[in-house]
Design a protein around this ligand. Structure first.
Ligand SMILES: [Zn+2]
Length: 200
C-alpha cells in the first residue's frame, strides 16, 4: 500500500473501489457526508493492514543473551489484538497471551507485542495468526518452548450471519515444552486465567 509500490493498485483505484462499494450498499457517494469517505477508508486500510510492511522476524532479532540463569517462563498476557477476518474483512478483536521458556536468549517484551501487531494487521484467520506468532518466537529465540493463546470476538459472527454477540473464540498453539510437558502448559494456562482451555 506504499505510494511507490508500482505493482499494487494506486490510491485512486482503491478510493474508486470504496466508492463502488458505497453505491453497492445503496447510497450516493457524492452526497455531503460521504464525499470524503473513500479517502478516509483508504487511509484506514493503511493502518489496518500495515502489518504487510513489517517483518516480524526482524522485529524479534534484537535479543539479549545476558540472562544469567533465568530459566523460568516469560509471559506477556492480555495483549490487545485487533485484526480483520480474511473471509469478510470485518474486525476480530480480543487479547493474545504469549509465553516462552528461554534457553539462552530473551527479547524486549514490547517486541512480543509488536509481533502480535505485525501479524494482526493483515487479513487473517485466528488459527493462522496464533500459529504464526508462536512460530516466529520459536524460530528467532530458539526457546525451550512457546505458548500462544488468543481469545477474540469476531464481528462477522456478532453483527452478521448468525448474530451471536458475546461469543469468543479461543485458539492456542503450543511448541516444545508447552506441548510436551503438561505442568508447563498448566502453569501457562493458570497464569492467563484459563486452566480449562478446551483440548488441553
Ligand atoms: Zn469472518
Amino acid at each position: 500500500m506504499s505510494p511507490d509500490n508500482t505493482t499494487g493498485p494506486t490510491r485512486e483505484e482503491a478510493e474508486a473501489a470504496v466508492e463502488t462499494l458505497i453505491r453497492w450498499a445503496g447510497d450516493d457517494p457524492s452526497r455531503q457526508g460521504l464525499i470524503d469517505t473513500p479517502r478516509r477508508v483508504a487511509r484506514a486500510y493503511e493502518s489496518f493492514f500495515s502489518g504487510y510492511e513489517e517483518d516480524p522476524v526482524q522485529l524479534l532479532s534484537q535479543t539479549f543473551d545476558e540472562i544469567d540463569d533465568y530459566d523460568e517462563m516469560v509471559l506477556l498476557r492480555d495483549i490487545r489484538l485487533e485484526s480483520h477476518c480474511e473471509h469478510h474483512m470485518v474486525p476480530f478483536i480480543g487479547v493474545a497471551h504469549v509465553a516462552y521458556l528461554p534457553r539462552h536468549k530473551v527479547v524486549g517484551i514490547s517486541k512480543l507485542a509488536r509481533v502480535v501487531d505485525a501479524y494482526s494487521r493483515r487479513l487473517q484467520i485466528q488459527e493462522k495468526l496464533t500459529s504464526q506468532i508462536a512460530t516466529a518466537v520459536n524460530d528467532v529465540l530458539e526457546p525451550k518452548g512457546v505458548g500462544v493463546v488468543i481469545e477474540a470476538s469476531h464481528q462477522c459472527m456478532t453483527t452478521r450471519g448468525v448474530h451471536k454477540p458475546g461469543v469468543s473464540m479461543v485458539t492456542s498453539h503450543m511448541l516444545g515444552r508447552f506441548r510436551s510437558d503438561p505442568s508447563t502448559r498448566r502453569e501457562f494456562l493458570a497464569l492467563i486465567g484459563h486452566p480449562t482451555v478446551a483440548g488441553m
